[in-house]
Design a protein around this ligand. Structure first.
Ligand code: NAD
Ligand code: WQD
Length: 330
């Protein structure tokens, strides 16, 4: 199939493009490079042997999207493009709503004009909010505590409304848990600018000496060692989940919401230890106060992904640390 990947030069997008190409799909990327670099296209080409077609464009630019759809017979869209930093979304909410919501509305409008009504969308486990008990299951109530999370919740609702209004639409809403690691080639991975907000890139930067010490946000949670527990998933597993979701969306109509996680919880200190083991480097850390808005435990019920999509994560924490470390060293 010919697939449009919005945000395809980003962290999860680039890994998904590689897997799409390996499976014989033709890929067209639209990315405004606000959080990625064009050099990723060379790295994708080195890994897969094919350079994806690339448009440097913003998804809010309707004319730019129209010309992409007129130049290519796009059969489905995997929609990653969006802003994703929780803290930043509290500081600049209008930018988040405009980028994520307006951008998706314009994309859907252009898809409808072009008669392309199949989409796989990047949602987030953040929509499970603060009031559910683990493991999180797709039919649990949802809520959000910050503008970023609200954009994901609103977009889930908007895309669901679209499938109700027009039975030709097919949408799979993928709720990712905590994607980490990198491609085993060491060529593509996550490279946040500035000081990382997320645990894994922070650990990696402490390990290489770019940052002096990790602050562990709280050791008094109701978890086995007191530190926060998350469902870390290898970004390559996540990418493979998109291929399964795409197959499903192409063969069905309507909307489905599916968790992409491993169903295994790992604490902050467990991740630090696993990273130390795989890298052979000591990671300095200190215990710090809890971070506002954090929950004690977050991990997925993955039964729906297994039954509906035939997908199950195969990599473990060791693989994620090894591959993330290899990327960091390159
Ligand atoms: P990323 O920032 O690496 O990739 C997003 C890409 O979208 C970037 O290359 C950026 O330049 C591009 N982009 C942003 N706004 C755009 C716009 N208006 N027009 C065109 N391109 C635009 O992020 P990622 O980690 O790969 O995340 C991809 C998607 O998955 C996002 O929607 C994010 O909210 C969602 N998600 C990510 C995580 C995570 O922890 N990484 C977890 C859950 C959900
Ligand atoms: C993981 C654990 C922290 C940094 C976020 C978003 C979520 C989703 C994924 C997009 C927690 C602890 C962290 C540090 C620490 N993104 N930690 N020291 O908060 O689970 O999820 O990314 O959709 O929406 O909220 O991920 O990596 O920030 O934190 O102790 O310097 O590590 O308290 O327990 P989180 P994270």
């Amino acid at each position: 199939m010919k697939i449009l990947v919005t945000g395809g030069t980003g962290f999860i997008g680039s890994h998904t493009v590689v897997e799409l190409q390996k499976t014989g799909h033709e890929v067209v990327i639209v990315d405004n490079l606000s959080n990625s670099s064009e050099t990723v296209l060379d790295d994708i080409c080195t890994i897969s042997g094919t350079r994806p077609i690339f448009y440097k464009a913003d998804i809010r630019d309707k004319e730019a999207l129209r010309s992409v759809f007129s130049e290519h017979k796009i059969e489905a869209v995997i929609h990653f493009a969006g802003l994703k930093a929780v803290g930043e979304s509290v500081q600049i909410p209008l930018e988040y709503y405009h980028n994520n919501i307006t951008g998706t509305l314009i994309l859907c409008d252009v898809m409808r004009e072009a008669g392309c009504k199949t989409m796989v969308f990047s949602s987030s486990a953040t929509v499970y909010g603060m009031n559910n008990t683990v493991p999180f299951k797709e039919d649990m109530p949802t809520s959000a505590t910050n503008p970023y999370g609200r954009t994901k919740l609103m977009l889930e609702q908007i895309l669901s409304d679209l499938t109700v209004s027009d039975p030709e639409w097919s949408v799979v809403l993928l709720r990712y848990f905590n994607p980490i690691g990198a491609h085993p080639s060491g060529l593509i991975g996550e490279n946040p600018s500035g000081i990382p907000n997320n645990l894994f890139p922070y650990i990696a930067r402490v390990a290489v000496g770019m940052l002096p010490c990790l602050s562990v946000f709280g050791n008094d949670y109701d978890t086995p060692d007191g530190t926060g527990v998350r469902d870390y998933i290898h970004v390559v597993d996540l990418a493979l989940g998109h291929l399964k979701a795409l197959d499903f969306a192409a063969a069905h109509k309507g909307v489905e919401t599916v968790n992409l996680g491993t169903s295994r919880g790992t604490s902050v200190l467990e991740l630090v230890r696993a990273f130390e083991k795989e890298s052979g480097v000591k990671v300095n850390y200190k215990i710090a106060p809890r971070r506002a808005g954090d929950i004690a435990s977050c991990y997925a019920d993955t039964e729906k992904a297994e039954k509906l999509l035939g997908w199950k994560a195969k990599y473990g924490i060791e693989d994620m640390c090894r591959d993330g470390w290899r990327y960091m060293n390159k």
